[in-house]
Design a protein around this ligand. Structure first.
Ligand code: TYD
Length: 203
């Protein structure tokens, strides 16, 4: 193998923040692989179905955290690490920050334990850059059109805790995370994303 590994850029945010649109635009601009969690590998598609389609009381909080971590382990092993080693960049729609925000801050599990499980699952693969597309819970609620999945159905108080969790992760890790105001037109948010990626990674 020749050349340097690709960059791993992750886009995070609450449900309805617009991160999937931004992740797609960024991946196209960079010629990067676009992938998502949960469900970024063949096994992960099965795990995603288990996680999101069941009734509210069927999945305990710890089971949810472990299934997210299992999905992530397979995703890194099957998709993310091999792609980076080929020299191609990867844009991930959600990664470890989502588990810290949703299962840690949202569900109330110990934040450091949740992070440790994911770091073990990924064998320490960290993102080079995490872009947090931040919108208010009210804005996100207005943008969501499809029926809520099991985690979205956990309600607005959970979304507030998740948003605060993302913001505190970003504030504690300013070398890795950048907060982008998502409450603007898609093209304006995309411009901020592009400026940030150029400034941080030269891409
Ligand atoms: P996502 O695919 O972003 O939602 P959508 O189908 O609306 O685009 O994520 C599905 C749900 O999974 C979302 O509510 C966030 C949740 N999630 C966690 O709770 N923890 C995690 O680690 C990840 C990756 C996602």
């Amino acid at each position: 193998m020749t050349g340097s590994p690709g960059s791993f850029i992750v886009v995070e945010g609450i449900d309805g923040c617009g991160k999937s649109t931004q992740a797609e635009l960024l991946a196209i601009r960079l010629g990067a692989l676009l992938t998502r969690e949960p469900g970024g590998s063949p096994l992960g598609i099965e795990i995603r179905r288990l996680l999101l389609a069941t009734e509210p009381d069927e999945v305990s909080d710890r089971t949810e955290a472990l299934l997210m971590a299992a999905d992530r382990a397979q995703h890194v092993a099957d998709v993310i690490r091999p792609t980076l080693l080929e020299g191609r960049s990867v844009v991930g729609d959600r990664y470890i920050g989502s588990s810290v925000a949703y299962q840690g801050h949202g569900r109330g599990l110990d934040v450091d334990e949740v992070r440790d499980i994911s770091e073990w699952a990924t064998d320490g693969l960290a993102a080079d850059l995490v872009l947090l597309i931040d919108v208010s819970v009210a804005t996100a609620g207005r943008r969501r059109s499809d029926a809520p999945d099991r985690i979205e159905a956990a309600g607005e108080a959970m979304q507030h805790r998740v948003r605060e969790g993302f913001l505190s992760e970003a504030a504690a890790n300013t070398d890795q995370w950048v907060v982008i105001d998502g409450d603007r037109a898609v093209s304006e948010v995309a411009q901020s994303v592009n400026e940030t990626v150029r400034a941080r990674l030269g891409q």
